[in-house]
Ligand binder design. Sequence first.
Ligand SMILES: Cc1cc2nc3c(=O)[nH]c(=O)nc-3n(C[C@H](O)[C@H](O)[C@H](O)COP(=O)(O)OP(=O)(O)OC[C@H]3O[C@@H](n4cnc5c(N)ncnc54)[C@H](O)[C@@H]3O)c2cc1C
Length: 431
Amino acid sequence: MHRSMFRAAPRHLQSATRLPVATGSSRNASVRGYATAFNWEDPLVASDLYTEEELAIQDTARQYCQERLLPRVLDAYRNENYDRKILEEMGELGLLGSSIEGYGCAGASTVASGLITKEVERVDSGYRSGMSVQSSLAMTGIYEFGTQEQKDRFLPDLAKGKLSGCFGLTEPNHGSDPGSMETVAREHPIKKGYYSLSGAKTWITNSPISDLMLVWAKLESTGKIRGFLVERSRCPPGTLETPPLKNKSALRASITGMIQMDDCPVPKENMFPDVEGLKGPFTCLNSARLGIAFGSMGALEDCLSRARTYALERKQFKGNPLAKYQLIQKKLADAATDAAYGTLAATQVARLKDQGKHSPEMISMVKRQNCDRALHNSRVLQEIFGGNAASDEYHIGRHVANLFVVQTYEGQSDIHSLILGRAITGVQAFV
Ligand SMILES: Cc1cc2nc3c(=O)[nH]c(=O)nc-3n(C[C@H](O)[C@H](O)[C@H](O)COP(=O)(O)OP(=O)(O)OC[C@H]3O[C@@H](n4cnc5c(N)ncnc54)[C@H](O)[C@@H]3O)c2cc1C
């Protein structure tokens, strides 16, 4: 276990996860004879389901995110400026590839990884995207499917954030249907022991700053999809370009780009040895999607907390705080309920994953549901801010814009509905 993950968090950061808030309602609880006070920040006491180690990891992640990421996010979002140092900072704390055993990774549970993700996305979904791509997509791919030599060469530096990784699956003409990809790997015509990769990937998180790209391409000789580790430093000029995609309307605190390969030489030892077809990329995506199920609940909890504070402070009609009106309270109640249910569901699936008892359909269910609820509730909570919602200082508009894309990428709701529908009926829907 990575030692820095146990660093104690300051008391104010622990309160949301550990300590019931001693409010009027808690006093009422004891008067009414209930042993447990209701804590609006953890209504169904999810923290009871976590080990001491998992809670310590969550505290470390929350302290880092609130103290180091939150102060940077407005500037990063306004200027589409991702600070590369963030990966190194996360690496120092053991937050990258945290559920991987060995190679300098923390070897924590899937639940702990989910809690880290939740804390990062509480600040911003773009920061979570940058971390997920490094951890769940690039590192998990290498850990699950790489040779021993690939793992030894790349995982320790990826874990420290010294190397930045990305995951290239989506193409300009093939998003939801990656099986139709056009990127191809063929024997290099000149360089012995090399493949030559040609094709374009788009919407790739971290690609402009990546040292190592996990690229999925069809091997020309078999027509099967294979994974290739493309090292930027070993690509001759003119064979690899990774231009950024600027002017995004969401996830602006993350960096997104293309991977353009033109007869790019990749050593044969950089291909994953065994995995073929979509099993490789889908295994990685499943890991990322479970993270998103936790992360989206972090973003929703932040929206709830900010809307609650605003509703208590803002007075309209006879000096009453907005929080005194029933329609406002319903919005807060709906959001708190969905955040609590979603956190419990994601925790259950993560526990099952640690026990080897999960299925991809479970991940589809929690990714789909939690993204849907986070987006719906954040939009409704945004109404509480009235015209002030237009100011980015309130953070709510940024979460809403981000959550729309988070619901859409890495398996849209429609695609997860198809996966679940097939599992429920046994019939493949017409696509
Ligand atoms: C900010 C950002 C970061 C990203 N990062 C990465 C990354 O790091 N790596 C990577 O490989 N990709 C990445 N992506 C790409 C992302 O995974 C794709 O956008 C996603 O797969 C959807 O593909 P598409 O955008 O081409 O949509 P399309 O496939 O064109 O789909 C458009 C719409 O049609 C719907 N649809 C499609 N097929 C069906 C069907 N059969 N039935 C019903 N509805 C359907 C979809 O739900 C969607 O709403 C990223 C995207 C964004 C926006």
